[in-house]
Design a protein around this ligand. Structure first.
Ligand SMILES: Nc1ncnc2c1ncn2[C@@H]1O[C@H](COP(=O)(O)OP(=O)(O)OP(=O)(O)O)[C@@H](O)[C@H]1O
Length: 239
């Protein structure tokens, strides 16, 4: 079964073509990276896959179902984390996770919340209100929320952007472990090239709304005659 198959996605905002003819495929357990300079169209692509905005044209299938015809079923099997999505600030961490567990119809919300608190090292923060957390702490709550329904596809917009090097490393290891152990597929955007090299099986580079290069980190370095993904990025972005 293909987890995600998007074909010829396009989206414009007035005169701005944010995404043009973008196609993506993700299989079970794959971690795919979407890279590109600011304004390249990465978040717009993710938001179309999440059903938050409607593409002008193109098609999106997940789990062999068309998103626009099977929205509820598809969305119940995916989840999303991004630092720009607000969580209810007046609630405690454990309450936020409990609310989302119930929204997703998790069978035993209490034990799932306990698992997530342990998985994301949130024990000491569990009774703190979200509005009182640092941005890095909030990022870990976002990730816990994104795992609440044990999604088959996890969509992460810059998942470690606010984390210190130690917390970032722990989260990267956790995400790789989740994909290896449970076959969870992931689509991530990141401006951290080392992170992408470490985590992603395949990478798509976007520039001005289009995918301009695809492959593994090693394949892209080879094609562009570069020593690292960072060098590939600079070559692609400046070409
Ligand atoms: N709601 C919107 N209304 C108008 N223009 C938008 C809107 N959302 C995005 N855009 C434009 O679409 C283009 C792509 O933006 P997008 O947020 O997808 O880029 P991105 O690759 O995620 O960038 P970044 O790395 O800075 O997060 C940009 O030119 C942006 O200004």
């Amino acid at each position: 079964m293909t987890i995600l198959e998007a074909r010829a996605l396009a989206k414009s905002f007035g005169p701005v073509t944010a995404v043009h003819e973008v196609g993506l495929e993700i299989g079970p357990g794959e971690i795919v990276g979407l890279l590109g300079p600011n304004g390249a169209g990465k978040s717009t692509t993710l938001h179309m896959l999440l059903g938050l905005i409607t593409p002008d044209s193109g098609s999106i299938r997940m789990f062999d179902l068309e998103l626009d015809r099977h929205r509820t079923e598809v969305l119940s099997r995916i989840n999303f984390a991004a630092s720009y999505v607000d969580l209810p600030g007046v609630l405690q961490v454990r309450e936020v996770l409990d609310v989302f567990a119930r929204l997703y119809g998790v069978r035993d919300p209490r034990s799932r919340v306990g698992e997530l608190i342990e998985l994301l090292d949130l024990g000491p923060l569990r009774r703190r209100r979200v509005m009182e957390l640092s941005s890095g702490q909030r990022t870990r709550v976002q990730l816990a929320k994104a795992l609440v329904n044990e999604p088959s596809l996890l969509i992460l917009d810059e998942p470690t952007a606010n984390l210190d090097p130690d917390a970032g490393d722990r989260i990267r290891n956790l995400l790789v472990r989740l994909s290896e152990e449970s076959g969870r597929a992931m689509l991530i955007t990141s401006h951290n090239m080392q992170e992408v090299e470490r985590m992603c099986d395949r990478i798509h580079f976007m520039s001005a709304g289009r995918i301009v290069a695809s492959g593994s980190a090693a394949e892209l370095a080879d094609v562009y005659g570069a020593e690292s993904l960072e060098e590939v990025f600079l070559k692609v972005a400046r070409s």
